[in-house]
Design a protein around this ligand. Sequence first.
Ligand code: UD2
Length: 301
Amino acid sequence: LRDKTVLVTGGAGFIGSHLVEALTPHNEVRVLDNFSSGDRAHLPEDVTVIEGSISDPIAVQEAARGVDIIFHHAAVVSVSRSVDAPRQSNDTNLDASLLLLEQARQEDARVVVASSAAVYGHPAELPVQETAPAEPTSPYGVQKLALDQYTRLYEELYDLETVALRYFNAYGPRQQGPYSGVISTFLEQARANEPITIEGDGEQTRDFVHVSDLVRANLRAATTEATGEAYNIGTGSRTSIRELAETIKDATGSSSPIVHRDPRPGDIRHSGADVSKAERTLGFESQVGLESGIRSLVDGV
Ligand code: UD2
């Protein structure tokens, strides 16, 4: 992408900041972030930062003025927080997102939103296709599903160009904090030579996708002609949590024991993306396999 004015909401966060990094050399980049979990240190210098909430109409208006594309990554990402306080997360994940879509209409800006595998709940069939039944098991999933449907509808009703990217299990540098994923938890445990804690039997599987692949998907979504659509973004292959624990233990040369705890209540057993739609239509292909992704995390490159 070149010579565009773009807004990245949540641009100081885990996925957003990697996207900002990829966009800045050739585009004018703005970031709207309230720094609740994002970090200024993740942002390149030549980015315009608007510190504010996506729930604040004034901040959103200022941030979106004159932009060509909005990449929407601001969200309350914790599934368990959405279970504890569904209205609070709904305010950010859905109401504020709608405010952003309205602003995009004003600016006639394309919108690419971060949706989630959470929209599927327990997949009935694997790998899961975009047409599979969407039965989320958390308020977070319901909110992402509604956002995903709104983007489609905004294209249908108002001719706004929109794309929803349904991320599977993201990992990579800068994923941190209490709601980060299993890979960053296991890495931290392995590095400290503390027990690596598998929840349940470890036979549950996930489709782990490196953040650089998510960036690639966003760049494709920015220019595709196939808008008004939702796309699964994953690698298409699944890894069990036990395998993951062993891979991380090996990669770090850790002496951590691998231990089992109670399974997480309501845990999804298996999750894996059918990525053929994204491959066919967006020209997206994931390029980072799990082992090399973990290796580069361990080596810090
Ligand atoms: C992911 C997303 C979430 C939502 C959901 C949709 C992340 C961080 N979260 O949740 O936003 O989209 O998918 O289904 O990507 N585990 C352990 N030990 C640990 C931590 C986790 O065994 O210390 C297990 C956990 O029980 C689960 C698996 O690892 O079976 C993945 O857990 P997670 O929290 O990384 O991600 P997930 O799939 O629950």
